[in-house]
Design a protein around this ligand. Structure first.
Ligand code: HSE
Length: 308
């Protein structure tokens, strides 16, 4: 039996504008890279070999450990593991840093143990990591991190995950301004109730987005990438949001919004060339607000996590 395994687990974009808590997709890069090694005794250790990422001091609050514990408990296993982080998405970036770690650990150990569970069944354990990180066990990052592509969370109880086909030439631009927004905080500022008018607009858009992805209808995808409920509130946490979004649209993006709970923003484009041009325009606009930022251009990740 294998003693150790090294895996990559992708960053993800949750919400995708109109799909708060119910839609997300995976990126080819960036992502987390971890190595998991069996220990001779039960329990967990975490080693951080990343350059600048600080983990929660308490190992039991680490999302990778929390998820792994839930997974092992389900299997009735008392095995112990050492988890080494070699690279890590910055926490509080809005591109699924906690979920990439949660997905990576359960995927890695499931592989080490000879795949006792199907990949879809791992999502429920990774959700426990999200609960530890954000206070809510939302699945719109961990599901695409584990399954790849676009995943719709049709229902939470029972958990019903639907993989949505999408056009091959769809590219994502991510701009990550170097400010930190904790998902837990970004959830607290949301209104608890919404008007029927906004609900009608939002469910028209989420249905339109799913239809657009499945039909490969780019104009429909663009018309549907609109969020009248969450974006107007959370965008206040991102200096220059309106201008950066405008720059993305003016440079050919189909649509743009907040990635997950922010502060990263994402844009979708129908070609690599456009996605790169959009990245340049968004970066330039952010810089006018004197906010340091990093950009990524990525194809949609079909596979989810992989063994390295
Ligand atoms: N759906 C979650 C939220 C995603 O918006 O709070 C967090 O990445």
């Amino acid at each position: 039996m294998k003693e150790s395994i090294r895996v990559f687990s992708p960053a993800t974009v949750a919400n995708v504008a109109c799909g708060f808590d119910v839609l997300g997709f995976a990126l080819e890069s960036p992502g987390d890279e971890i190595e998991v090694r069996r220990r001779d005794e039960p329990g967990f250790t975490v080693i951080n070999k990343t350059a600048d990422t600080v983990f929660p001091g308490d190992v039991n609050k680490n999302t990778a450990v929390v998820s792994l514990k839930a997974y092992l408990e389900h299997l009735g296993s008392e095995d112990g593991f050492e988890i080494t982080f070699h690279s890590k998405i910055k926490p509080g970036s809005g591109i699924g840093s906690s979920s990439a770690s949660a997905a990576a650990s359960v995927f890695a150990v499931n592989e080490l143990l000879g795949r006792p569970l199907a990949q879809t069944d791992l999502v429920q354990f990774a959700m426990q990591g999200e609960k530890a990180a954000a206070g809510v066990a939302h699945a719109d990052n961990v599901a695409p991190a584990l399954l790849g592509g676009f995943v719709l969370v049709r229902s939470y109880d029972p958990l019903d995950l639907i993989q949505i086909p999408y056009p091959e030439e769809l590219y994502c631009t991510i701009i990550h301004p170097q400010i930190e927004v904790k998902t837990e905080d970004a959830r607290k500022i949301l209104r608890k109730g919404i008007t029927l008018k906004d609900a009608v607009t939002q469910w028209g858009n989420i249905a339109g987005l799913i239809a657009g992805l499945m039909k490969g209808d780019y104009p429909l995808i663009g018309r549907s990438l609109k969020d009248v409920i969450i974006e107007p509130i959370r965008s206040m946490l991102i200096p220059g949001f309106d201008e950066v979004k405008e720059a993305a649209l003016a440079n050919g993006a189909l649509g743009a919004s907040i990635s997950g709970s922010g502060p990263s923003m994402f844009a979708l484009s129908s070609s690599l060339e456009t996605a790169q041009q959009v990245a340049q325009a968004m970066t330039k606009t952010f810089s006018q607000f004197e906010i340091e930022n990093h950009s990524y251009v990525s194809k949609i990740n079909k596979q989810g996590p992989k063994i390295l």
